[in-house]
Design a protein around this ligand. Structure first.
Ligand SMILES: CCCCCC/C=C/CC(=O)SCCNC(=O)CCNC(=O)[C@H](O)C(C)(C)COP(=O)(O)OP(=O)(O)OC[C@H]1O[C@@H](n2cnc3c(N)ncnc32)[C@H](O)[C@@H]1OP(=O)(O)O
Length: 302
């Protein structure tokens, strides 16, 4: 138990207080609790949480259209939802999936990293760190039901889960493609990938910014199952049942033992990591790369 207690993310209360303040400033929180069998259902603008069939599992649907990019507001709502679930002893597991067609998450919101001021970059990066720490160290069983494309920060988020199920569709590519944008995946992105697929495969994937199609993602170990699109959620729930058959305390302590060193590496240097991000992202050359990438995304439509 002591280990589980030590694993709690520091400054969590502080960030959440900040998150709620942000919400209030934006006219939130707008949590809508359901009645009847939906007593434990709640929703914010961008995150919908409903109980799965078995009651002990929640299904969290990300709905920040069009592509679930991880904006600061979205990250804030995501964190609050996760904290609610962590604190509700009724829940033992969460399936994370997308409410946006064909996209699980487009990753970090490029508009939060382009043309803003250093204070904004710092606030944003702190929220990104917090979400990663909270997901990576979660006591809950997390299953990512990846029902669409899953680049960069989307992939990072999926990699924090205990199990990944990917839909078998040409759109469902997954990977840390940061180099394609002219940016560098931070060490904790890299560590999370290495812990999943090993050093050599990570080195290749990171340098080339590979986005793996389903069969290759399965082969390299980036995902655990590839299933037809309409079976992603049912597969996630069935895998969840298997994981929930293990006593929580033993599973949680084992998870903590496996992940603590990786998380501690960031926890010990959070502030330096924020400063590093701010100075990197503020560089003219990086801003130029992001501008070009954003323009390419827009042109793709025309
Ligand atoms: C030490 C320093 C370290 C720095 C490390 C920084 C780390 C960054 C990690 C990241 O996550 S960076 C983000 C990387 N993400 C991507 O490369 C994905 C980009 N998006 C896509 O490839 C596609 O959008 C998609 C996800 C495959 C979906 O394609 P689809 O055809 O369905 O939609 P689009 O028409 O492309 O997009 C719709 C709409 O959304 C905008 N958009 C897409 N992705 C993002 C994003 N990540 N952030 C902000 N906005 C995004 C896109 O521009 C379109 O906007 P419009 O206004 O409707 O034209």
């Amino acid at each position: 138990m002591a280990l589980a207690v030590r694993m709690r993310v520091p400054c969590r209360a502080l960030l959440c207080a900040g998150a709620q303040l942000r919400g209030a400033a934006l006219g939130r929180p707008e949590w809508a609790a359901g009645g009847g069998d939906g007593a434990r259902r709640f929703a914010s603008l961008r995150v919908l949480v409903e109980p799965g069939a078995e009651g002990r599992v929640a299904v969290m649907k990300l709905k920040n259209p069009p592509v679930n990019s991880l904006s600061l507001d979205f990250l804030t709502e995501f964190l609050i939802s996760l904290e609610k679930l962590e604190n509700d002893k009724a829940f033992r597991g969460v399936v994370i999936t997308s409410d946006c067609p064909n996209v699980f998450s487009a990753g970090l919101d490029l508009r939060e990293m382009y043309g803003r001021n250093p204070g904004h970059y710092a606030e944003y990066w702190k929220a990104v760190q917090e979400l990663w720490l909270r997901l990576y160290l979660s006591n809950l069983v997390l299953v990512a039901a990846i029902n669409g494309s899953c680049p960069a920060g989307g992939c990072l988020m999926a990699l924090t889960s205990d199990v990944r199920i990917l839909s078998d569709s040409p759109k469902s590519v997954i990977g840390l493609n940061e180099t394609l944008l002219g940016i560098v995946a931070p060490f904790w992105f890299k560590d999370t990938l290495v812990n999943t697929i090993g050093h050599r495969a990570s080195e290749r994937a990171l340098q080339l910014g590979l986005l793996f199609p389903p069969a290759e993602a399965l082969q390299v170990g980036l995902v655990d199952h590839v299933v037809p699109e309409d079976q992603v959620q049912s597969m996630a729930l069935s895998v969840m049942a298997h994981w929930l058959a293990i006593p929580d305390h033993a599973r949680q302590l084992t998870k903590a033992m496996m992940r603590k060193a990786t998380a501690d590496r960031l926890i010990k240097q959070r502030e330096a990591d924020i400063q590093n991000f701010v100075s990197f992202i503020s560089r003219d050359s990086i801003q130029k790369s992001l501008q070009i990438y954003l323009e390419k995304l827009k042109q793709k439509k025309g």
